[in-house]
Design a protein around this ligand. Structure first.
Ligand code: URA
Length: 435
């Protein structure tokens, strides 16, 4: 394979053959394709696109650039992926709930990206827990517990790791073809029978406009199906934090309370049940998404999901009493302040991206790849849109490492909320995309 031929084909508006894309992906993984060639390829794809078939071919080629897992288990192997949001801790609830419903969930997850939180960072707020495990250990945990939320091993989709790093510094992240191949290559390498994609849309999402999110959902769904995995996408609202907290230990606390029946977090539960319902249907464990959603809700309500969660935490090296003593052990920030509403009225809108960046700047996310996250910081007690407030009433609580950080976040959070007289609620699940 001559990398120049692959690049010039895309540059001239064509699509390389599947064999050429495979050879290119293998070259990315082995280092035979140079950074300059990877950057030129990424820019050509961003400008001209690969078309539907090319997108599927690139997805398959990148999936197969490293190890792919296969399973021999007595239930379907299922997973979900979110395109990223604020207060989105669905994975921590959904993985154990699906396991309690008879599915097996090898959930290879990521860290925070930009203003959005990452599942691995949230899980690591648990004392002693390690998310980096070998493939063998992942297999054993999934077989014994039913679910494992872990980081990608070095062998999963190495072509993506290389291309993603190049895209990051060549202004070529924002390509639907490249995003699709990147997300799916990692997910599909886990050998899934079914996948549901939670494509976020709104002020806290990467794609704020409905039409953009819909185009991404269609591309992701079609490419995953084309690569042989039963897949659906839900477009869900990200115009406010999904959980009433944003920040690693603070979101984990919400999850522990929900699993323990102490809190309801209705928006978080609604999205969890909607995604889980679709997945259980794809896996043949439910006759309809409604039935599947009820099964997920029941597993959370009756403690079976909590039991799976606790077993997963122990298998990953965490303490065995997470459900009884985990909340008390979560790290706490030294400075906690309330954010007073600046005026009377109804909360009508939220610039959720501002909330996400406020958490990052408090230390709950990374400005640089090498930054360490502070698990204790973030926002809690976030009021939902539609709430009537009086001046001075707390809109949220800030958890900070220093008074100065808290003061900056206070002004950011105050400005993020808009107050008016009428709020027209939008549905939380905006659309299902099945092709
Ligand atoms: N997440 C990924 O894994 N890849 C992208 O390209 C964008 C988001």
């Amino acid at each position: 394979m001559d990398a120049r031929h692959v690049i010039s084909t895309v540059r001239d508006g064509g699509c390389p053959s599947e064999d050429d894309l495979r050879a290119f992906a293998d070259g990315l993984a082995s280092g035979d394709v140079s950074d300059a060639q990877a950057g030129a390829f990424a820019m050509a794809v961003l400008l001209n696109g690969l078309g539907d078939e090319g997108r599927v071919a690139l997805t398959r080629a990148m999936r197969d650039s490293g190890h792919t897992l296969s399973w021999d288990l007595p239930g379907p192997v299922l997973d979900k992926h979110s395109t990223g949001g604020v207060g989105d801790c669905v994975s921590l609830l959904l993985a154990p709930a699906l396991a309690a419903c008879g599915a097996y969930v090898p959930m290879i997850s990521g860290r925070g990206l930009g203003h959005t939180g990452g599942t691995l960072d949230k899980l690591e707020a648990c004392d002693g827990l390690r998310v980096q495990v070998s493939e063998d250990r992942l297999r054993r945990i999934v077989a014994e517990v039913g679910c494992a939320i872990v980081g990608a091993t070095g062998e999963i989709a190495p072509a993506d790791r290389r291309l993603y790093a190049v895209r990051d510094v060549t202004a070529t992240v924002e390509s639907i073809d490249l995003i699709t191949a990147s997300i799916l290559s990692k997910k599909l390498a886990a050998g899934l029978d079914g996948l549901v994609l939670d494509v976020k849309c709104g002020s806290g999402a990467f794609l704020t406009k409905f039409a953009q999110a819909q185009a991404l959902a269609q591309a992701l769904t079609a490419a995953a199906q084309g690569a042989g995995c039963a897949t659906r996408s839900l477009l869900t609202d990200m115009n406010q934090s999904l959980a009433p907290a944003a920040g690693n230990a603070l979101e984990l606390a919400v999850v522990l309370r929900v699993l323990d029946g102490q809190a309801c977090a209705s928006r978080l539960l609604e999205v969890t049940c909607a995604l889980g319902g679709v997945l259980l249907t794809l896996g043949g464990l439910a006759a309809s998404a409604e039935e599947g959603g009820s099964m997920v809700a029941a597993s959370i309500a009756d403690g079976r999901a909590a039991d799976r969660f606790e077993r997963m935490i122990v298998a990953l090296g965490g303490a065995p009493d997470v459900m009884t003593a985990g909340l008390a052990r979560l790290p706490e920030a030294p400075v906690v302040v309330e954010v007073p509403a600046p005026e009377d009225g109804t909360l009508t809108a939220c610039d959720t991206r501002v909330l996400g960046w406020a958490v990052v700047q408090l230390g709950g996310g990374r400005m640089r790849e090498t930054d360490r996250v502070d698990p204790a910081v973030g926002l809690s007690d976030l009021l939902p849109l539609g709430t009537s407030v009086v001046r001075g009433q707390p809109l949220a609580r800030i958890h900070a490492a220093r008074e100065t950080d808290a003061a900056r976040a206070l002004s950011q959070v105050q400005k993020a909320f808009s107050t008016g007289s009428r709020y027209a609620p939008e549905p939380l699940v905006l659309q299902e995309v099945s092709t």
